[in-house]
Design a protein around this ligand. Structure first.
Ligand SMILES: Cc1ncc(COP(=O)(O)O)c(C=O)c1O
Length: 435
């Protein structure tokens, strides 16, 4: 690897691998050893020209698809005007309009307000700050298996050790964790609620709890939808004790589950919602939306960040909102979900390795096990299946505390033929039916 690499230099795969090994720490990994050249819609091409169907969507970010023309147009127009002023220096209309749109679509009745940031972790950090300011209480409860980000507060709230939390403590105080209602792994609604009550009796008094933070569907934790009844009971409990309910809709949000937000399936209204990922089609943008009186709890100057609500990202966000509405993407997600789930259930009937199929809308996962009785996680097998799928031209991710759940995060704009093509590849990599 001699010589300087300039913008004009076209590197070979092996040069790039060497650059990576030499200059990027091993702590940041890539699920697939592919060097992307370009991406459009639901397709990605690598630098050798090989085409892939994208069932990962940049980890649930590209719900409107790569380079959607309306998003690109809005971004180009904004690039000509201003790329950054910082909202904390001078404000701009796209931030204000996007805040308005988020308040309108948020699953919270009455008057809402919204504040914008750049990453999902920042949105969660700020939701916690707002909940603490609004209640004057310190404690926060989150769920085992949850993933809320990689900053120290959000890692403290994350309920999964490997690889996220390993070696990075000590973690923030006043964080308590309780089991998620993950029926396949032994916790139904009643058991999860009983453990939560236990926690509130034995470890932290409810009147010290500012917020309970929940992903309505565990994302990184294994694509586990919280039963609707659990969500309703959680809302009753939080109301009873004046605890803020924060919905982390960072992975579930923006149409993926068949409704704009996953929590809408339960009819539960949270106090605060954190959004990011598919909000701006790959431009870093996140936000917190909530009831106006809660959102106004922090003092002036208490919220912000140099880049939060960047104008280019806001322009993309507004275009995403229009695309979601005009192309009816939540409805499309429900249709994609039924196709994917039907295929997975057919495979599950024929292949022992599939222990469970679950999801909501187009957020569908299948949990792979070595033995259906013991439910021993088939983590290595899952890795092999993903690698084989990649060889055949499909990019797809896994998740789960045991790394044994194959999940679907394809763009919701994916054409039917490409959806079928991707599913055919996945089916072929699962091996031949055993009966
Ligand atoms: C549910 C959930 N919350 C928070 C985050 C953190 O978002 P970011 O990586 O943008 O900080 C993620 C990212 O995967 C997520 O899935």
């Amino acid at each position: 690897m001699n010589g300087r690499v300039t913008a004009m230099h076209i590197a070979t795969e092996s040069e790039l691998a060497a650059l990576r090994a030499r200059y990027v720490p091993r702590g940041i990994t890539s699920a697939h050893p592919i060097t992307v050249d370009r991406a459009r819609g639901s397709e990605i091409w690598d630098v050798s020209g090989k085409r892939y169907i994208d069932f990962a969507g940049g980890i649930g970010v590209m719900n409107v698809g790569h380079a959607h023309p309306r998003v690109m147009k809005a971004v180009h127009e904004q690039l000509e005007k201003a790329t950054h002023t910082s909202f904390q220096v001078v404000h701009y209309e796209s931030y204000l309009r996007l805040a308005q749109r988020l308040c309108e679509v948020a699953p919270i009745g009455g008057d809402n307000k919204a504040v914008l940031f750049s990453t999902g972790a920042e949105a969660i950090e700020n939701a916690v700050k707002i909940a603490r300011a609004a209640t004057g209480r310190p404690a926060v409860i989150s769920f085992r298996g949850a993933f809320h980000g990689r900053t120290l507060l959000t890692l403290s709230l994350t309920g999964s050790v490997q690889p996220y939390k390993q070696n990075f403590g000590p973690y923030a105080p006043e964080i308590y964790q309780t089991p998620f209602p993950y029926e396949y792994r032994g916790w139904n609604t009643d058991a999860a609620l009983a453990d939560l009550h236990n926690l509130l009796e034995s470890e932290v008094s409810p009147n010290r709890v500012a917020a309970i933070l929940i992903e309505p569907i565990l994302g990184e934790g294994g694509f586990v939808p919280a039963p609707l009844d659990f969500m309703r009971k959680l809302r009753e409990l939080t109301k009873q004790h004046g605890i803020m309910l924060i919905a982390d809709e960072i992975q579930t949000g923006f149409g993926r589950t068949g409704k704009f937000f996953a929590i809408e399936h339960s009819g539960v209204e949270p106090d605060l919602v954190a959004v990011a990922k598919s909000l701006a089609a790959g431009f870093p943008l996140s936000g917190v939306v909530g009831r106006a009186e809660v959102m106004d709890a922090p003092d002036p100057g208490g919220l912000g960040g140099t880049y939060g609500g960047n104008p280019v990202a806001c322009a993309a966000g507004l275009a995403v909102m229009d695309v979601m509405r005009d192309e009816k993407l939540p409805e499309r997600a429900a249709r994609i979900g039924s196709v994917v789930e039907e295929r997975m259930r057919t495979w599950a009937a024929e292949r022992e390795i599939i222990g469970d199929v679950r999801g909501l809308g187009a957020m569908v996962g299948m949990e792979l096990v070595r033995d259906r009785k013991t439910r021993e996680p088939a983590d290595k097998e899952t890795a092999k299946i993903l690698a084989a799928a990649r060889e055949k031209g499909l990019i797809i991710l896994r998740c789960g505390v045991h790394h044994n759940v194959i999940r679907t995060l394809m763009p919701l704009t994916i054409p039917d033929e490409q959806l079928d093509e991707g599913l055919d590849i996945l089916g072929a990599t699962l091996g031949a039916p055993v009966n």
